[in-house]
Design a protein around this ligand. Structure first.
Ligand code: GDP
Ligand code: GDP
Length: 478
């Protein structure tokens, strides 16, 4: 492997977010220093850091300004300059704006250059952005990495893409000595550490950036309606002492979390009711706070929904479960107070039936009968949590997905529209957490919901994705 530092250039038309990504990878301090207004920037270079990857990074944004040639011409120059010194290119498009003629023009030029290109669809936070990223397939530059430079989403995918490409070209992105002032490194350090703290104001911010840092705890929330047994469970898991010391450890009343270790897995546990109630002993809230629940769900990667098996599922439980599905989090259901249940088979069936009838996405979700009070069954809860977390992180290879798509559409084709066959041409998983797929078809509007459910069910069955929220989108193929 080459001892030369890996060098990456970020290119793309103005305003797609190149500088934002540069700043995120390099660290804010350094980026600001170079951002002198009125000075024509050549190109900014910095030492980029993404988890354990180290690389030189070239931001070409400055080349767009103060030049009299056409935008396409400037972009060409920009890239040529960058290509001279880079091992690979991050070609960025704006997933919200969609593909512009300039992107297309530039992509076709890039395709014939002898440099690996990672296609990055930026501004892909939230569903709207994600859908926009699909168009990027049409550029013929491979699978786009859906990213939000601003909200630090999708950095895990970017990490994989850079790592893989570096491997292909034989440059080691890890072994290289830092060759710039430690200042830069600190800035990057701050950035990564900043991302480790969860912030509810910006709930999407730290979704992927820390997925691969070892010290990062698994974020788990225990939710459920009042009296389901959340505090009892958390006490059992964590131990009374730890829970009580939570608020004194500098935690605000509104962000109650507790760190503990499940074996060698660090877990950060978020509790919606227990501690809060403890701190206001007399005022016992019996009302479900949807806002609190939503906040806990957003905080979490994986959610344990506690249902009081003695009382069974009610509307509040469905409402809570639907929040989890909407937010696309991994879910495990704890059927609590199992010690009080007489007809256990009927209780378990009843719960599963009602849940999957109300929320088909939950078909096959793991339910673990427990007694938080006696500890019965709790040894099965955390393994189920880890399994669900892993499924939520699943990735299916594009080739495998397309083989599957061909098989399921052949055995049960979508209905024709006005005599014309509807074809599912190809598709791919565009992100994980939750697994999100897009399929290109000649007639998206003609595919009925029932067919989408068929695909979803088959996908769950064939890829073992039971109980995981899936996102499946259709796009028109050209
Ligand atoms: P550049 O010209 O390509 O360097 O683009 P900038 O980094 O200056 O970003 C252009 C605009 O897009 C700025 O207003 C950024 O705040 C915004 N932006 C950058 N990344 C994102 C993102 O991930 N999501 C959204 N919604 N906006 C972004
Ligand atoms: P939270 O409001 O969801 O935090 O619920 P709590 O943990 O405060 O529990 C509500 C009540 O249910 C308390 O009286 C607990 O002792 C009781 N409880 C919790 N778990 C169990 C259980 O597994 N079995 C039984 N029989 N009672 C339980």
């Amino acid at each position: 492997m080459s001892k030369q530092p890996l060098t990456i250039a970020i290119i793309g038309r103005p305003n797609v977010g190149k500088s934002t990504l540069f700043n995120r990878l390099v660290g804010k301090r350094l980026a600001l220093v170079d951002d002198t207004p009125g000075v024509t920037r050549d190109r900014r270079m910095g030492v980029g850091k993404l988890a354990d990857l180290r690389f030189d990074i070239i931001d070409t944004a400055g080349l767009e300004e103060g030049d009299s040639t056409s935008l396409a011409g400037r972009m060409r120059l920009q890239t040529e300059a960058a290509l001279g010194g880079a091992h690979m290119v991050l070609f960025m498009i704006d997933a919200r704006a969609g593909i512009t003629p300039l992107d297309r023009h530039f992509a076709s030029w890039l395709r014939v250059q002898k440099i690996p290109v990672i296609l990055v669809a930026n501004k892909a936070e939230g569903t709207r952005g994600t859908e926009g990223a699909y168009e990027a397939y049409a550029l013929g530059l491979g699978d786009p990495v859906a990213l939000s430079a601003e909200h630090a989403e999708g950095l895990g995918d970017l990490y994989s893409a850079i790592d893989e490409t570096a491997r292909l070209i034989g440059v080691d992105p890890r072994a290289v000595e830092q060759h710039t002032a430690s200042d830069t490194d600190d800035a990057a350090e701050d950035l990564v550490e900043g991302d480790l703290d969860f912030e509810f104001e910006d709930d999407e911010a730290d979704d992927d950036v820390i997925a691969f840092t070892e010290e990062r705890p698994l974020r788990l929330a225990v939710i459920g309606r009042p009296n389901a047994g959340k505090s009892t469970l958390i006490n059992y898991l964590v131990g009374e002492e730890r829970l009580i010391t939570g608020p004194e450890a500098g935690l605000t009343r509104d962000s109650i979390s507790v760190d503990w270790d499940y074996g060698d897995i660090p877990v950060r546990l978020f509790d919606t009711a227990g501690l809060r109630r403890r701190s206001r002993v007399i005022e016992k809230l019996e009302k479900l706070s949807v806002a609190d629940t939503l906040r806990a769900v957003r905080f979490a990667e994986i959610v344990v929904l506690m249902i009081d098996a003695e009382r069974g599922v009610d509307k509040q439980d469905i409402k809570i479960a639907s929040l989890v599905v909407e937010e696309g989090r991994a879910l495990v259901i704890a059927l609590n107070k199992w010690d009080q249940v007489e007809d256990r088979l009927a209780a378990q069936r009843g719960v599963n039936d009602i849940l999957t009838r109300s929320l088909p996405q939950l078909k096959g979700v793991t339910t673990v009968p427990v007694s938080a009070l006696t500890g019965q069954g709790i040894e099965r809860l955390m393994p189920a949590v880890i399994d669900a977390y892993e499924l939520w992180n699943s990735r299916i290879r594009t080739s495998e997905f397309n083989r599957w798509l061909a098989a399921v559409t052949e055995s049960h084709p979508p209905p024709a529209v006005q005599g014309r066959a509807t074809r599912m041409r190809y598709g791919a998983q565009i992100k994980a957490r939750p697994p999100t797929f897009t399929i290109f078809t000649n007639h998206p509007a003609g595919v009925p919901d029932s067919y989408m459910r068929y695909l979803e069910n088959e996908m769950r069955r064939d890829f073992g994705l039971a109980g995981v929220p899936l996102r499946l989108y259709l796009r028109a193929s050209k």
